[in-house]
Design a protein around this ligand. Structure first.
Ligand SMILES: NC(=O)C1=CN([C@@H]2O[C@H](COP(=O)(O)OP(=O)(O)OC[C@H]3O[C@@H](n4cnc5c(N)ncnc54)[C@H](O)[C@@H]3O)[C@@H](O)[C@H]2O)[C@H](O)CC1
Ligand SMILES: [K+]
Length: 509
């Protein structure tokens, strides 16, 4: 097995994090050292959140998350804060490092029932972290709800208690933290909703865990950032030709539904495709001609004309779906494109067209992948479209990361499961979670723009997973760059700034 470090910023599940802990301890750094560093880091963030003398409440659970809270409590006391500790369960029953931590606190420990949230300037949540194993209920759920109801800021250790580290799902109920501090690497639950929103501002601190452990753990989930795909992205060569940058094709719907194709076409040009052609039914050619300038237009009435056009092998990446219409015409087009092993971004109507027979699409993607020796299909469903192709997976409540991963394997394709926390998954199991973007992206046509940004990377020869990740990232960055008041047309004009920022980022790394 190769032991090279993973490329990208890894996100570790609680199980992988426990393994990171174990491997570090095995290499000679004690668990107590790790917990001491973690607790001190918690106290450091707490001191940024509240002025002396507090008061600060430390809620300590029955495991090592509670251990971190005891260390933080002792450290804050040393700094002069008034600290009270409230424990869940019998503190005498703590074991291992957490028992050491309790001993270091060496002062009164009150029962959780005595905790009154509104009497404090800060609440430190050390009830459960990576070890959360069931839904919060009874006394604990009650405590969480009382804390959330008052205005006292909450600092969660590792995760807001109640948030599952591997999925971001809430088990029972969960703290709504102002800030969350975690250690070494973030977890999927910090990035996936609703966990992401419940964390507030997230701080990740090193506590002595050795990055080398990642070579053994071989994580499969990553932050969607340029560390993951930046080196795979193609930039125009100094003496390059436009054909070196690929020729993307956007298949347009009929005369009354042409806007979606143009949004995709303009985005594809800005995102770096050398040439972009809109394939249009005869009825819509003039509508496109009235609006498009750099993008070209070609009449394409149906399957036989598409087949003829596909003889030009320079047409290497396609978008099918936005405004296209649902039905046999879309299926014929997808089949012809994939049979020729061209890259295809399938969205909207293109996805829905396979609702009755998703397996037919998956088989086409498998064959195209075999023929090209790389994944050829990128699907960009939102939750509703995802459910049409993967009804069984969609019924597993909230487990978005695993849903996307299984769907990608089943469909032999890259699955971009959209949302605030878009997940991009590949058939081999690698997945990325995106964090760029703003709520203003929830507006008509932004999905069409995304297909254009992805197809541009495919046209330039970037492998499908990296192409999809880069497209999703820059789409969100473009929204951030524009700010409030965004409509779909505003995204592509932001790309020059996004590429400028990306180039600077790449130079720095
Ligand atoms: N490398 C690191 O990141 C380090 C992390 N540290 C901290 O350790 C915790 C994980 O500790 P662990 O003991 O494995 O789990 P927890 O403390 O989160 O909880 C386990 C404890 O809680 C009980 N429990 C679970 N769910 C419930 C529930 N719903 N209701 C009641 N009780 C529940 C379970 O039975 C156990 O008793 C990690 O998050 C970090 O904060 C270390 O400090 C070192 C380095
Ligand atoms: K916690």
């Amino acid at each position: 097995m190769p032991t090279c470090a993973p490329i990208g910023t890894a996100l570790l599940t609680p199980t992988e994090m426990a393994e990171a802990d174990r491997l570090t301890i095995e290499s000679g750094i004690s668990g107590w050292q790790l917990m001491s560093a973690a607790g001190r880091a918690v106290a450091g963030v707490a001191a940024e959140m509240v002025a002396l003398p507090g008061p600060v409440a430390c809620l300590a659970g029955p495991g090592n998350n509670g251990g971190d809270a005891y260390v933080a409590a002792a450290n804050l006391r040393e700094q002069g804060f008034a600290v009270r500790v409230f424990a869940l369960g019998d503190p005498e029953r703590l074991a291992g490092d957490a028992a050491f931590a309790r001993a270091a606190w060496n002062a009164e420990i009150e029962p959780l029932a005595a905790f009154e949230a509104d009497q404090f300037s800060l609440i430190i949540d050390g009830l459960f972290g990576a070890g959360l194993s069931r839904a919060l209920d009874g006394e604990v759920a009650n405590c969480v709800e009382r804390a959330n109801a008052c205005r006292t800021p909450i600092l969660s250790i590792d995760l807001p208690s109640g948030v599952a580290g591997d999925s971001g799902v809430v088990l029972g109920t969960a703290f709504k933290a102002r800030r969350t501090i975690s250690f070494f690497r973030a977890k999927p639950g910090h990035r996936l909703e609703p966990g992401r929103s419940l964390c507030g501002e997230i701080t990740i601190r090193p506590i002595g865990i050795l990055p080398d452990v990642l070579q053994t753990i071989r994580p499969r989930t990553f932050d969607n950032d340029p560390n993951l795909w930046g080196r795979a992205l193609r930039w125009p060569a100094d003496a390059g030709h436009k054909y070196d940058r690929g020729h993307a094709v956007i298949l347009s719907g009929g005369a009354s539904k042409t806007g979606a194709a143009r949004l995709a076409a303009n985005a594809a040009l800005r995102a770096g495709a050398g040439l972009v052609t809109v394939f249009s039914p005869a009825s819509a050619v003039l509508v496109h001609a009235a609006h498009l300038t750099a993008a070209m237009i070609k009449r394409c009435e149906g399957a036989s004309e598409l087949d003829t056009h596909l003889a030009d092998e320079r047409l290497n990446a396609f978008v099918l779906g936005p405004g296209f219409g649902v039905g046999a015409k879309a299926r014929d087009a997808a089949r012809l494109i994939l049979e020729k092993a061209r890259a295809l971004v399938l969205d909207a109507d293109g996805i829905t067209s396979y609702a009755d027979d998703p397996r037919a699409l998956f088989a086409l993607a498998r064959e195209a992948g075999k023929k090209a020796s790389e994944t050829r299909l990128v699907m960009t469903p939102h939750a509703g479209e995802f459910k049409r192709l993967f009804p069984d997976l969609a019924s597993s409540e909230g487990a978005k990361l695993e849903q996307a991963r299984e769907a990608a394997a089943r469909a032999h394709s890259i699955v971009v499961l959209k949302g605030r926390d878009t997940v991009i998954a590949e058939p081999g199991g690698r997945a990325a979670i995106n964090s760029t973007g703003t709520p203003w992206l929830a507006t008509a046509g932004t999905g069409d723009v995304l297909t254009g940004m992805i197809v541009a990377q495919l046209a330039q020869g970037t492998p499908a997973f990296e192409a999809a990740c880069a497209g999703v990232w820059m789409h969100g960055k473009a929204a951030e760059a524009f700010g409030p008041g965004l409509i779909a047309e505003d995204l592509a004009p932001m790309l020059p700034k996004v590429f400028g920022d990306l180039a600077r980022l790449m130079d720095e790394t």
